[in-house]
Design a protein around this ligand. Sequence first.
Ligand code: IPE
Ligand code: IPE
Ligand code: MG
Length: 248
Amino acid sequence: MESTVNPAMNRIPDHIAIIMDGNGRWATRQGMPRLSGHFQGYKTLHNTVIWAANLGVKVLTAYAFSSENWTRPEDEVEGLMELVLVALRAEIEMMMEEGVRIVRSGRSEGLPDEVVREFDHTTQQTQSNSRITLNICLNYGWRNEIIDAARRVAEMAANQRIQPADVDEKLLSSLMYRPELPDPDLLIRTAGELRVSNFLLWEIAYSEIYVTQTLWPDFSEEDLGKAIASYQLRTRKFGAVVDEQQAD
Ligand code: IPE
Ligand code: IPE
Ligand code: MG
């Protein structure tokens, strides 16, 4: 199997979504506190945004904190929220230089006010950047995303704005958190777990999946290249009959 990206194949995924997993294991293996793994993971994300932008990826979605991660020890949760603030402030320069527009997916409710404020401020500052969109899933859970969409459908129906037959794929897609973004072409999970952990279940319906044993803090440009090279060898069928020889 080819292990390097072939830009000539013209099949660089437009949208890559990443479940950045393994920070805790990385830290524990080095005898360090879990938070140092999260800090290293943030550094990896900084690098990955630049590598992805340079390859021509248009959207990078990163799972940073799930709706279930609130069950972790209080100091880890607090440390992660603090890290979000530190990272937003430290990365503004990189985002302006590299043309990164940053957006957030997930419920605001539950997040510290300061995190919501700082995030929304950074989104505003970067809104005209157009090389790559960085979509950070923070306090994100797909079950919440579908619950929130269902509530809006119920409101529209209660206000007589729609009929039951109006509920279709197009309407529901428009009610997801980031309807303006294309669905992910490639879903990467680091640290080897074979599960989706409540991540983008609507949006990844036809994404190609790549799982690597590499722990997120160790994820390298070569790992990203291997994931994209694997994607380039896939035949996307979307349920149809496709001649695998003809499809590139
Ligand atoms: C992923 O790394 C980051 C977050 C969930 C915030 P983990 O913290 O889940 O790392 P492991 O799975 O314990 O190694
Ligand atoms: C998924 O990782 C969430 C993030 C990467 C933010 P988890 O470590 O929370 O997932 P599980 O618990 O292994 O399923
Ligand atoms: Mg984990």
